[in-house]
Design a protein around this ligand. Structure first.
Ligand code: TXA
Ligand code: MG
Length: 349
C-alpha cells in the first residue's frame, strides 16, 4: 500500500460560499485525481472517492481493509446526479427522496449500465444518498462527480464521528481529511430497498421507521434484522462491525445485576468497563465507566456511542458491559449497532 502524508484541512461548516473555500477546492481536486479523501456528513465521517472510477474505488477498499463483496453508498449533491447512476426512479422512491433528502436515508435503485463495478460489488443495485451537511455537499459539488463513501474507519471498527477518529484509523493510508467538526447524528444512514413497491429497511439508521411510515405507509424490517439465521440483503450487515478491541457484552438487566457481573469479572486480572448513560454514570464501580449520552434523549446516545466505544480502546479495557436501550425511534439503530459490536452476545437477568 502507498504511504501518504495525509493532509488535514480544517473547514468551518457555518461559513457561506464553502465552494470557494481554498481547502475545499484542494480536497475536491484530489478527488478528481482519483485520490481518497475523508469528509464529515451529518451521520458519520465518510471516506470519499470518485464513484465513476474503479481505480479510485479500489483505493477505498485498500485503505479500509474492506471485504470486496461489500458495496459502497454513492453520495450526491443534487438530484440531477441521480440520472447518471440509476436506470429508473420508482414512484415510491421519489416520495422518499422528496421527503428525506438531503438527510440520513440511503435508497437502493437499479443501477445504470456502465457504473464502476467495484462501487456496487457487482450487485445490480446501487445505494444513493444526499448528505445533509454543508461541507459534504460543497465538496461533492466542487468535485463535479458523485462520491462513493463508506464510513471512514478501518473495516470492523466503530464509525468515526470526529476527524481525530479518522486520523487514528487511516493516517498515512489516505490522501486527506477534511475536518468539519463533530458529526451530528452519530449513527449511519438508514438503508432502504423499495423494490416491489414496499419500503424495506435493510439497515436502521438516522431516519426512523416512523419517519418513513409517515410518508409511505407500511414499512417493513428486513427479516435478517429480526432473525439472526437469515442472510441479510445488505452485505455489510453480515460482518462483526462497529466493534472496539475489547469484548463487549450487552446486559439486559437491572443496575445491580450489571454491577454484580462487573464486580465478579474484576476479580480476574482484567480491566472491566461499563457503558452507561449520564443518569447512572456516578453509581457504577468499574475500571472504566463511560456515558454515551442521556437515556432520556436517545439522540444523545446515538451521537456519543461510537466515540465511547473508541475511548474504551484508548483505556485498554478488556471487557465492556453495556446497558441496553429501547428500540424506539433512533433506538432501533443504536441497538442494531450495539448488537453488532457485541457479536450478538446478550446477557439476560
Ligand atoms: O451514513 C452513512 O450511510 C455513512 C456516511 C459516510 O454516508 N456511510 C456508510 O457507509 O455507513 P458504509 O459503507 O459504512 O455502509 C453502507 C451499508 C453497508 O451495510 C452496505 O452493505 C450497504 O450499505 N449497501 C450499500 N450498497 C448496497 C446495495 N447496493 N445493496 C445492499 N446494501 C448496500
Ligand atoms: Mg461502515
Amino acid at each position: 500500500m502507498r504511504n501518504f502524508q495525509t493532509v488535514c484541512w480544517t473547514v468551518d461548516k457555518n461559513v457561506h460560499n464553502l465552494n470557494e473555500d481554498p481547502q475545499i477546492i484542494e480536497a475536491a481536486a484530489l478527488l478528481r485525481r482519483n485520490e481518497v479523501v475523508a469528509f464529515p456528513t451529518e451521520t458519520v465521517y465518510g471516506l470519499g472517492a470518485n464513484a465513476l472510477s474503479d481505480e479510485a474505488i479500489g483505493k477505498i477498499f485498500t485503505a479500509k481493509g474492506r471485504p470486496a463483496d461489500n458495496p459502497l453508498i454513492v453520495h450526491i449533491s443534487s438530484e440531477k446526479q441521480l440520472d447518471s447512476l440509476v436506470s429508473e426512479v420508482p414512484e415510491i422512491a421519489k416520495k422518499l427522496i422528496d421527503a428525506f433528502w438531503p438527510g440520513p436515508l440511503t435508497v437502493l435503485f437499479s443501477k445504470k449500465q456502465g457504473l464502476a463495478s467495484k462501487v456496487t460489488a457487482q450487485l445490480s443495485t446501487v445505494g444513493v444518498r444526499m448528505p445533509d451537511h454543508p461541507v459534504a455537499r460543497a465538496l461533492i459539488e466542487e468535485a463535479g462527480v458523485p462520491i462513493a463513501a463508506p464510513s471512514a474507519n478501518r473495516s470492523g471498527k466503530p464509525s468515526p464521528t470526529t476527524a481525530a477518529h479518522v486520523k487514528n484509523d487511516l493516517n498515512g493510508k489516505i490522501a486527506g481529511i477534511v475536518d468539519g467538526g463533530e458529526t451530528g447524528i452519530g449513527v449511519e444512514s438508514t438503508v432502504v430497498d423499495c423494490s416491489g413497491g414496499v419500503v424495506t429497511i435493510l439497515r436502521p439508521g438516522g431516519t426512523t421507521k416512523a419517519d418513513l411510515e409517515s410518508v409511505v405507509g407500511e414499512v417493513v424490517l428486513d427479516r435478517a434484522l429480526l432473525h439472526t439465521n437469515e442472510a441479510p440483503k445488505s452485505p455489510g450487515m453480515k460482518y462483526r462491525h462497529y466493534a472496539p478491541s475489547a469484548d463487549l457484552y450487552l446486559v439486559d438487566g437491572s443496575f445491580s445485576f450489571i454491577q454484580d457481573l462487573v464486580g465478579n469479572r474484576r476479580k480476574s486480572d482484567i480491566k472491566v468497563g461499563v457503558l452507561t448513560t449520564d443518569e447512572c454514570k456516578q453509581d457504577y464501580h468499574a475500571d472504566a465507566v463511560l456515558s454515551c449520552g442521556r437515556r432520556s434523549d436517545l439522540h444523545t446516545i446515538a451521537r456519543g456511542l461510537y466515540s465511547a466505544l473508541r475511548t474504551f480502546d484508548e483505556q485498554d479495557v478488556d471487557e465492556i458491559y453495556s446497558e441496553v436501550f429501547p428500540k424506539e425511534g433512533v433506538g432501533e439503530a443504536i441497538m442494531n449497532r450495539l448488537k453488532k459490536s457485541a457479536g450478538g452476545r446478550v446477557i439476560k437477568e
